[in-house]
Design a protein around this ligand. Structure first.
Ligand SMILES: Nc1ncnc2c1ncn2[C@@H]1O[C@H](COP(=O)(O)OP(=O)(O)OP(=O)(O)O)[C@@H](O)[C@H]1O
Ligand SMILES: [Mg+2]
Length: 391
């Protein structure tokens, strides 16, 4: 557990840090500053738990703001105030526990051990097998990220020779399921998140639609209001469960950078960043490239994909490479007729127009991400539950 300790009192900082030294499960960083002067969560360096001492009301106000801005981080508060109204306010801000100041090193250690036990209970079990996680992110709305994610998932399934999950993490206005099927999904991401304590392979499967051989979709909720309840920890558990059950997990991350989407990007083995070759996309692509750098993602984690590519456009691939300072770019051609037909029928483009240039380019992209599997029966470890369920 990564713990960040923030207190303006250096004697407290020293005593507490010393008490936590022997705890191997805790990686501690200490900031001897008031929380007013600290942006505790920068550069993707998000702690699992913040321990914050707020000696005065201004400090508490700053903590409240921090807590509202980062609901994904658990907070343990050390404050002199004990009246119920204050405690209620702290709890409303999402504080896990309030320790009344002054706090002895032993009391802090005991509180952290409590949090450790809680987190261990909530954390998903390590995966028995590990499917690859591909996050498809859009530099800007309408780039075609969902089309790419859905069609890539379909091609990776290779007619049932691999097990692939498409998960729609556009929790507010997700439409990925509709790109592959017109079935009504049995459930959705927010519903699985609500039942996270019972999450296992069977629960996940029952929430997904089987939309083709080896291809399963976990849809986004219909009601955008449901998106707000889903936490990054739940997303992490869902993805890890999916990686246990599938060879490839393709996540449509969409275009927003939130605690949830950052969680997906962090966990991803590969990120496909989809853009088009026009100035607004290139501009936002550059911003996204900066975000990836600030998160310390290695360059080979990111696969840039230019969608709706036309050779006679105003900008060339070389322009893009130079502007974004990247070396590897894949292109997918603009093909209105084939894509519109596929999208309107809710079918993969490789199914309805396999000889089109866009289907061909998507097959190449899929082969680059995963070499085509040998034409053999599904692998043993996938057999059990999923195969039984889909028979
Ligand atoms: N290669 C292509 N050629 C022609 N049209 C395309 C291509 N790719 C996508 N489109 C069209 O662009 C539209 C938008 O695509 P899509 O919904 O996948 O974008 P998105 O990035 O997911 O958008 P949003 O930001 O709304 O989630 C699709 O309806 C499709 O018709
Ligand atoms: Mg989309």
């Amino acid at each position: 557990m990564r713990v960040k300790l923030i207190t303006p009192d250096s004697a407290h900082a020293r005593a507490w840090a010393q008490a936590l030294q022997g705890e191997s499960a805790i990686v501690l960083t200490t900031l001897e500053q008031s929380v007013r002067e600290v942006n505790a969560i920068v550069n993707g360096n998000r702690p699992d738990l913040l321990v914050v001492e707020t000696p005065g009301p201004e400090d508490f106000l700053a903590l409240e703001q921090l807590a509202f801005a980062h609901p994904e981080v658990d907070i343990l508060l050390i404050a002199p105030d004990r009246d119920p109204e204050f405690l209620l306010r702290a709890m409303r801000a999402g504080v896990r526990e309030v320790l009344p100041a002054p706090v002895s090193p032993e009391a802090l250690l005991a509180a952290l051990r409590r949090q450790l036990r809680k987190q261990a209970g909530a954390a998903p079990q390590p995966a028995a097998s590990h499917g690859k996680l591909l996050a498809v992110v859009s530099c800007k709305g309408g780039s075609g990220a969902t089309f790419v994610a859905a069609n890539l998932a379909h091609l990776l399934a290779a007619g049932g020779r691999r097990r692939v999950a498409l998960i729609d993490m556009n929790l507010q206005f997700g439409d990925a399921a509709l790109f592959l099927s017109s079935q009504t999904p049995p459930s959705h991401v927010a519903d699985v998140a609500r039942n996270i304590a019972r999450l296992d392979a069977e629960l996940l499967r029952s929430a997904m639609s089987e939309v083709g051989p080896g291809l399963w979709v976990l849809a986004a909720p219909d009601d955008p209001a449901q998106a707000t309840d889903v936490t990054p920890l739940q997303v992490c558990a869902i993805l890890q469960q999916a990686q246990e059950s599938f060879d490839y997990v393709v996540v449509d991350v969409g275009r927003s950078l939130t605690a949830l989407s950052l969680q997906v990007l962090d966990l991803a083995d590969q990120v496909l960043a989809v853009l088009q070759l026009t100035l607004p996309f290139i501009r936002d692509g550059k911003r996204l490239r900066e975000v990836f750098r600030s998160l310390d993602y290695p360059a080979d984690k990111i696969h840039w994909v230019v969608n709706r590519y036309q050779k006679d456009g105003q900008f060339s691939i070389e322009d893009l490479k130079r502007t974004l300072d990247i070396s590897r770019v894949s292109t997918l051609p603009n093909h209105y007729a084939a894509v519109a037909a596929a999208v309107n029928q809710g079918l993969p483009v490789n199914t309805i127009a396999p000889s089109s240039s866009i289907a061909r380019a998507l097959r190449e992209l899929s082969d680059r991400i995963a070499p085509p599997p040998a034409a053999a029966a599904p692998r043993g470890w996938l057999g059990g539950l999923f195969r039984g369920a889909s028979a």
